[in-house]
Design a protein around this ligand. Structure first.
Ligand code: NDP
Length: 502
């Protein structure tokens, strides 16, 4: 028996004589095909990457803990909120939307803000953003919207023309675009931004009462953002400043924290509020639905292996637990399907069994069986109980006590779209009016930087949308664009550009 501890083996467990020297015909000779462990090493390397996410590819994650500080059991029976002081393990992933893996962290973009709560009744995924609203309200438009954010088929470059062409045809997007172009468009790092569930969700309590809720994770580090100029300088030095900041913060014991607040609307009130409370392009004004404090999130551990815990993390709004449910929000309804489906494609049939996604505090018992990467036992100890109904006592059995209360819905099946009388301008106007003069000026200049290459007709169409929000807003963005257009310094430097005299 060998004395070597941690003896190197093949993937099948056989001891390996070397991990450095190929088997060749003579010292200078060609390789031998029979050197299978070399082939294995090369083949494995080719498979070390998985398809990157179509959106939110560039991400950063931490592990941490959520602690309940206030009693909300009158709204939900979810076990993670069952008592003050209760703690639940959490895995976070923050991300930019458009950039591929390796894109600069400090780009102007919406940030994903996803949390997986490993509760004792299964995993609850809060798959939000750092903005309370979204660009479109109907999922039919979602793939097109994303296409405008990604690369143009011919130039293989991002296309501001496509972005503004699309947005100008979707006035509902002006709320989110205003946030994107505001100071909050480039957070210093994820610890300095809020997270929002964005959609309306439902909570239901032990008595079967349902409430509509909005989720707000407010940063305890304070908001901090980069201007475009700061971000450009930063990206010149490092493209990975978010990863660096989060790593350093946690290593130095400066754990980022957020306070969770809820807005709560009784179920029936949704029929009487003057706006559609399930429209993800709108917020619920705080004056109507004040924030209710719930608990604290502290992210305090760096995952041991980024690929295993962050790249393999699969968040989906479909992961809810008893006491938490969906709402009629059309975008949410589509994400319930499309996020889980994206993970089936990206990670495989049994993606929920990977370490990042497997429940930590709950048992898993189900009848979903074979398929690629079935690397775990799921026969619950009884090979006969592979279908249901069955005669066996120790087979998985449904629990009617976790049935969600019935949801009243009504209306004719139709495609309502433009027939709806929706006010897309009041809320962006309220946001614009919150900005001081400095914030407004930076908003205008951020637009000008983003709209530089956009054609005149598309610019005019977007100005027409802004004018409906506010004449001041439209005039400011137009003036900033005109100033940039006439900036003679914008001529690029070439090899023939004369060197200025000392
Ligand atoms: P409030 O004055 O009560 O709230 C204003 C909100 O605006 C605060 O939540 C603040 O976030 C947030 N805010 C400030 N600057 C920005 C920015 N650049 N980008 C995004 N959010 C920002 O007013 P209302 O509730 O009546 O809302 C007015 C407008 O504020 C809304 O139309 C919406 O655009 C925006 N807003 C509203 C939210 C809501 O849930 N009601 C949430 C976020 C934005 P913070 O407290 O973290 O500083």
């Amino acid at each position: 028996m060998s004395e070597i501890k941690n003896r190197l083996t093949t993937t099948a467990g056989a001891p390996m004589p070397t991990n450095e020297h190929s088997q060749t015909a003579g010292p200078r000779g060609p390789l031998l095909l029979q050197d299978y462990q070399l082939l294995e090493k090369l083949a494995h390397q080719n498979r070390e990457r998985i398809p990157e996410r179509a959106v939110h590819a560039n991400g950063w994650g931490l592990e941490g803990i959520f602690t309940v500080t206030h009693d909300i059991t009158r709204y939900t029976r979810a076990k993670l909120f069952s008592e003050i002081g209760k703690t639940t393990d959490v895995l976070s992933r923050w991300s930019t939307v458009a950039g591929e893996q390796g894109a600069a962290d400090a780009e102007r973009d919406v940030r994903g803000f996803s949390l997986k709560f490993y509760t004792e009744e299964g995993n609850w995924d809060m798959v939000g953003n750092n903005t309370p609203v979204f660009f479109v309200r109907d999922a039919y438009k979602f793939p097109d919207f994303i296409r405008t954010q990604k690369r143009h088929p011919k130039t293989n470059l991002r296309s501001p023309e496509a972005m503004f062409d699309f947005w100008a045809a979707q006035p509902e997007s002006v709320h989110q675009v205003t946030i994107l172009m505001s100071d909050r468009g480039i957070p210093v790092n994820p610890s300095h931004m809020n997270g929002y569930g964005s959609h309306t969700f439902s909570f239901w309590n032990a008595d079967g009462e349902r409430f509509w809720v909005k989720l707000h994770f407010k940063t305890q580090q304070g908001h901090a953002h980069h201007t475009n100029a700061e971000a450009e300088r930063l990206i010149g030095k490092t493209r990975e400043n978010y990863q660096e900041d989060l790593y350093n913060m946690v290593n130095e014991g400066r754990f980022p924290k957020w306070t969770l607040f809820l807005q709560v609307m009784p179920e029936r009130e949704a029929e009487t509020v003057p706006y559609n409370p399930f429209d993800v392009t709108k917020v619920w004004p705080h004056a109507d639905y004040p924030l209710i404090e719930v608990g604290e999130l502290e992210m305090n551990r760096i995952p041991e292996n980024y690929f295993q815990m962050v790249e393999n993390a699969a968040y989906s709004p479909s992961n809810v637990v008893p006491g938490i449910g969906f709402s009629p929000d059309k975008m949410l309804q589509a994400r319930i399907f499309s996020y889980a489906d994206a993970h089936r494609y990206r990670l495989g049939t049994h993606y929920e069994a990977l370490p990042a996604n497997a429940p930590k505090a709950a048992d898993v018992n189900h009848y979903h069986k074979d398929g690629s990467m079935r690397f775990f036992r799921n026969d619950t100890g009884n090979p006969d109980a592979y279908y249901e109904p069955n005669q066996y006592e120790n087979a998985p059995v449904a629990d009617p006590s976790v049935q969600e209360p019935p949801l009243t819905i009504s209306g004719d099946a139709d495609r309502y779209g433009n027939a709806q009388d929706v006010d897309d301008y009041t809320q962006p106007r309220a946001l614009f009016n919150l900005f001081d003069d400095g914030q407004k000026q930076r908003l205008y200049e951020n637009y000008a930087a983003a709209m530089g290459p956009v054609s005149k007709p598309v610019k005019e169409r977007w100005y027409a949308v802004l004018a409906k929000v506010s004449a001041e807003y439209e005039a400011g963005v137009r003036a900033a664009n005109d100033a940039l257009d006439s900036d003679v310094n914008a001529v690029p430097v070439t090899d023939d550009t004369p060197v200025p005299a000392e």
